[in-house]
Design a protein around this ligand. Structure first.
Ligand code: GLP
Length: 251
């Protein structure tokens, strides 16, 4: 146990470059011993620079992803499968489509699963994570409310992958992408807090002043469901990767 470590960079690009190097080192060490690396990946603004850098490393340095296994962190619900607004489509467009992944190694939650099948779908997703040997590196963003994935305030420490109702603040943050607040899905599917904490290493990315207060509270503790990111203090190998604005340090 112990507080997450904190790494502060002058800007998000430098931070993302450092995390990309860490991902590359993980992939290479796993490839060297013939084992796949398992990555848990979010969607959003925060990981964009990391994804750009990984795509560049694939293209220019030949970083191999052939044996990498990917689990998407969360998904909006309900949305038609393949809608360009699903997190799965966005993750494919920004990252996965540009790598040499085996499609059988790419896992995402189903934005169109029927309500009565959602619980079984989420349980099966956890089974797939276990069958892959667990997540080696879980990348996270953080919501202004301190949510991780779509674990909104009130999410329990031991929550599992499940269908959740979105907080109004989260829906408001998505309104621009959907054209109107009412067009934003009311719910989502997300790895639970307990599921996320089972990853062997967790790297949370937060950039810009809007994230400062959530980051400060998450690091200050105590771990509390009112701020789900605070549970990362109960993980032995979590790191917050910040720019100076999110860290609250002078430039
Ligand atoms: C959304 C996503 C989260 C993401 C968070 C922060 O609610 N479901 O997984 O981490 O927002 O997003 P961003 O990185 O765009 O600020």
């Amino acid at each position: 146990m112990g507080r997450p470590s904190v790494a502060v960079y002058p800007d998000p690009d430098l931070a993302c470059r450092a995390v990309a190097l860490e991902v590359a080192a993980l992939l290479r060490s796993r490839a060297a011993c013939g084992r796949p690396a398992v990555l848990g990946l979010p969607t959003g603004e925060s990981p964009r620079g990391l994804y750009r850098e990984l795509v560049r490393m694939r293209r220019e340095d030949g970083l191999p992803f052939r044996h990498v296994v990917v689990f998407a962190l969360d998904e909006l619900w309900p949305l038609p499968s393949g809608s360009p607004r699903t997190y799965g489509s966005i993750l494919r467009a920004e990252l996965l489509d540009h790598l040499d992944l085996d499609p059988r190694n790419v896992h995402a939650l189903d934005s169109a699963v029927a309500p009565h099948e959602a619980a079984a779908h989420c349980a099966a997703y956890e089974d797939r994570i276990r069958a892959a040997g667990g997540v080696d590196l879980q990348i996270l963003g953080i919501g202004r409310s301190g949510h991780i994935g779509l674990n909104e305030p009130g999410s329990a420490r031991d929550s599992r992958t499940r269908l959740v109702r979105l907080a109004e603040e989260s829906r408001a943050a998505l309104a621009a992408a959907f054209g109107a607040p009412d067009a934003v899905p009311a719910a989502g599917l997300t790895l639970g807090v307990g599921t996320i904490l089972e990853a062997r290493r967790i790297t949370l990315l937060a950039f810009g002043p809007a994230k400062r207060e959530a980051v400060r509270r998450a690091l200050a503790g105590p771990a509390d469901p009112s701020l789900p990111a605070s549970f990362l203090c109960e993980h032995g190998d979590a790191c917050f990767v910040l720019d100076q604005a999110a860290a609250g340090t002078p430039r």
